[in-house]
Ligand binder design. Structure first.
Ligand SMILES: [Fe+2]
Ligand SMILES: [Fe+2]
Ligand SMILES: [Fe+2]
Length: 417
């Protein structure tokens, strides 16, 4: 099991790189908010630890949006229906609840809850006003809006510095706290706001991790964070509760049949949890659709293995997870995606994940059919060995002890209760 602060920080980075809507709208939104917030925090005299909290707060503030109201990201606020608006207003509380489960970052809970409070009291979750809003939450409010305006959306282009300055000036004393707003405007005028770049973002992730996380993050904490990320991924699709974790458990059980080294086992363990990471970038409307997908919609689905893999590849401590994630939808006969690899050119870890993934999909209820029982699904694995599945992986899968399947099935019943 991978542990340590760098691996843990890498997971936090992975989580946030894909949050945001498809087609790159708001891609890196969390990281941009985080960089701007911690910069403003420093200028406003916050301590190093407070700036680190602001940094992670910026990354995680919209965690509650996943699976809730992503359609809101693609439309201007006035165009949203009352129902969507109502859901959007719940996201800070969902983010707050979720961060309470993230080891070492529980203290961020109030910050997340209040990141949409307005200085004049017209924001949410609690309609706080003025100094009643903690300075950190005031900073997040401004950084969130500024970062969003600087990026292109389906309904408008990206705003330049002058247009952003105007919005901030007009919002002083309304959406924005005067102290935070003035600080931003001063830096903006002086041209001393740093531009967003991936390299300095990564350094800041590590610095913030050093100030908030213990040097040795325990395996338990790491596994809790993996569970949280997996739950977020699975929450995208109403039919996949617990899916990512089951793929991880099964993949490790298959690996045991092979006597693989610790490094490969860990790639299957963490990689299993993260194999569908790229789904965070697939629009909800595509995942939840029960009818036939259009070509454009299917392109989103086909992109999820490479999207996930690209993110992991960019994070040094997670690079070893890339292979399984990238190729978990390849098929032995070459009819899979994204690259249509066949036979032994599909790495073994990916072959293992592919069997486990398909087995779990078969035994889950989907939008278009009920679940199959485990016997039937294992029969399919045997039948498709050498066509869909690598023969060695399929054979090893069929040797996994009955007990493991029974346990997974029992936990599934618990989840559905
Ligand atoms: Fe938000
Ligand atoms: Fe997948
Ligand atoms: Fe999957």
């Amino acid at each position: 099991m991978d542990s340590g602060r760098a691996f843990y920080a890498g997971l936090l980075e992975a989580l946030t790189s894909v949050m945001g809507s498809a087609k790159g709208y708001l891609r890196d939104h969390g990281p941009r908010v985080a960089m701007l917030s911690s910069h403003l925090g420093r200028e406003l005299g916050l301590s190093k630890a407070q700036c680190s909290e602001l940094f992670f707060g910026g990354i995680l503030s919209d965690m509650g949006m996943v699976g809730l109201a992503e359609d809101a990201w693609e439309n201007p606020t006035p165009a949203l229906s009352a129902d969507v608006r109502e859901r959007v207003q719940r996201h800070p509380q969902r983010s707050e609840e979720r961060v309470r489960g993230v080891p070492h970052l529980q203290d961020l809970a109030p910050l997340l809850r209040h990141h949409h409070e307005w200085w004049d009291g017209s924001g949410y979750s609690d309609g706080l006003t003025g100094e009643g809003i903690a300075l950190g939450a005031r900073v997040l409010r401004l950084a969130d809006t500024v970062a969003a305006l600087g990026q292109k959306r389906p309904h408008r282009g990206a705003l330049g510095p002058e247009a952003i300055t105007e919005v901030v000036q007009a919002g002083l004393g309304k959406e924005f706290a005067p102290d935070v707003g003035e600080c931003f405007l001063t830096l903006q005028r002086a041209g001393s706001l740093p531009l967003f770049d991936k390299e300095s973002y990564r350094h800041t992730v590590m610095r913030a991790a050093e100030s908030l996380l213990p040097e040795e993050v325990s395996p338990l904490s790491t596994s809790q964070l993996l569970t949280i990320i997996a739950n977020l991924i699975d929450a995208k699709d109403p039919y996949t509760a617990g899916h990512s974790r089951r793929v991880a458990v099964l993949s490790v059980a298959v690996a045991e049949q092979f006597d693989l080294d610790a490094h490969t086992r860990s790639a299957l363990w963490a990689g299993g949890y993260l194999h569908d990471l790229g789904k965070l970038a697939v629009p909800l409307r595509v995942l939840a659709k029960s009818g036939r997908l259009t070509e454009e919609e299917f392109a989103f689905i086909r992109a999820h293995p490479s999207d996930g893999a690209e993110i992991l590849e960019g994070i040094p401590t997670l690079q070893h997870l890339t292979t399984g994630v990238r190729y978990h939808h390849e098929k032995w006969d070459g009819s899979g995606y994204p690259e249509g690899l066949s036979g032994d050119s599909i790495p073994l870890v990916a072959q293992i994940m592919a069997v486990c993934d398909a087995y779990d999909a078969m035994t889950s209820t989907r939008a278009y059919r009920n679940s199959r029982d485990p016997e039937f699904a294992r029969g399919e694995v045997a039948k498709e060995s050498g066509t869909q599945f690598g023969p060695l992986a399929a054979e090893a899968f069929l040797r996994v002890p009955e007990k493991i399947f029974e346990n997974l099935q029992a936990q599934r019943l618990d989840l559905n209760r």
